[in-house]
Ligand binder design. Structure first.
Ligand code: HSE
Length: 429
């Protein structure tokens, strides 16, 4: 009879680790009834003694140190985050032929190439569902459910913290700092919230999504990343009036042999499903040649959504371990390095904001420079009047080339009527 019992070592009992501990402890019977598998926790590793006390770890479970992370288990679950120690834990586990589950998007986006290679050499696997879009099983859907599809594009909201902040700003006319505090108190934000706000967390996730969708290695440093820290309540209000919501969007598209991959705030039309994804929820929209359009929606951050994804990975790998399934050797070379399409080469519509003196010929001067750069105006709003510090003029453009738009803004900012640096927000098509 097969050994149906698989043991994990759980490394890190922070927000997600604690959720995993609870789910595995409380749902063991249900998982066993559904799969026939017994998932056991051999050891837990947590340097914060207070957390260990709070959780009241069962006496059957060993308290282990990082050096023993790979010992006496089948799967190492790395949930400490960060790069260096996490790298040591994961690489050591793989070298010891242990399967690995992690929620560490930074580690895989930045050092994934070596770690996936190491896994392959050692005939084991790394699973990382929790690292992209929390509780939404998007990686499993791409890997399994959509296997018969060529996915031409995939884009969406993949950071809960920034979506929460933007939602609070719009709904409650709250300022950015207050909304960020709320997000942190709710456990959505990364330990260093600048990773969320500056778009880096989304970019890590985008690299992992793009890597899987296009079977490629995407150099993280080539991804265009712009966060939400320059988005003001005023931008959000103007956008809404013009029929849009501001969202932090990650876009991944194949353009011939390159990948157009970028993270930046975007104006999303109110009638687009992504515009209605609120709070810490994530939404991912994709187009597959067989399935057509699909939308994935769910909680992208927080203890239990992420823990749910980790436990699903553990159960998937446990099945492989029990049934001795190995990756076929001939699929190793499918992941090749792909070049990134430069953001300056894209064409899209833009929301442009100018802070200018309220004088005759101002619009004529701005529109002349836009026109010279092949940027055609679709609509204009000016609401305030006569403020010596300048008044905002917002222009929506038709599709234009980003390089030309930036050249136009540079030129416009040299005009004496312009009182602050002009800004752009891309519009989601
Ligand atoms: N800080 C992340 C977010 C947590 O806000 O989406 C999940 O990766």
């Amino acid at each position: 009879m097969k050994k149906m019992c698989v043991d994990i070592n759980l490394i890190g009992l922070g927000t997600v680790g604690r959720g995993v501990y609870e789910l595995i402890t409380n749902k063991n019977k249900e998982i066993n009834e559904k799969t026939g598998l017994e998932i056991g926790i051999y050891g837990v590793c947590e340097k914060n003694k207070k957390i260990l006390k709070e959780i009241n770890i069962s006496q059957n479970i060993k308290i282990i140190d990082i050096k023993s992370a790979s010992k006496r288990c089948d799967i190492v679950v790395e949930l400490i985050g960060g790069l260096d120690t996490a790298y040591d834990i994961v690489s050591n586990a793989l070298n010891n032929k242990k399967y690995v589950v992690t929620a560490n998007k930074a580690l895989l986006a930045e050092r994934g190439e070596e770690l996936f290679d190491l896994a392959f050499k050692n005939d084991v696997e790394i699973r990382y569902e929790a690292s992209v879009a929390g509780g939404i099983p998007i990686l499993k859907s791409i890997r399994e459910g959509l296997i018969a599809n060529d996915i031409t594009e995939i884009y969406g909201i993949i950071n809960g913290t920034t979506n929460y902040i933007l939602t609070r700003m719009e709904k409650e006319e709250m300022d950015f700092d207050k909304a960020l505090k709320l997000a942190q108190n709710n456990g959505f934000a990364e330990a260093d919230p600048s990773l969320d706000i500056n778009g880096i967390d989304s970019a890590h996730k985008a690299v992992l999504l793009g890597g899987l969708v296009y079977q490629s290695i995407i150099p993280f440093n080539d991804v265009y990343i712009e966060g939400i820290s320059n988005i003001t309540l005023q931008d959000i209000k103007y956008a809404f009036e013009m029929g849009f919501r501001v969202k932090l969007i990650a876009t991944i598209k194949r353009i011939v042999d390159k990948i157009d991959i970028r993270v930046h705030p975007a104006l999303v039309p109110i009638n687009h499903p992504l515009s209605n994804i609120p709070d810490e929820y994530n939404g991912i929209f994709l187009k597959g040649d067989a399935v057509s359009e699909q939308l994935y929606y769910g909680k992208g951050a927080g203890r239990y959504p992420a823990a749910s994804a980790v436990v699903a990975d553990v159960v998937d790998l446990a099945k492989k371990i029990v049934y001795r399934e190995k990756l076929p050797k001939n699929i190793k070379k499918r992941y090749i390095k792909k070049a990134v399409f430069a953001v300056d080469d894209i064409y899209c519509s833009y929301f442009l904001k100018f802070i200018t003196l309220d004088r005759p010929l101002v619009l004529a001067k701005i529109s002349r420079i836009l026109g010279i750069n092949d940027v055609s105006i679709a609509s204009v709003i000016q609401k305030e009047v006569n403020n010596p510090k300048g008044v905002p003029i917002v222009i929506l453009t038709h599709k234009a080339n980003e390089r030309r738009v930036k050249e136009a803004l540079k030129e416009i900012d040299k005009l004496s009527i312009i009182k602050a640096k002009s800004s752009l927000i891309r519009i989601l098509e």
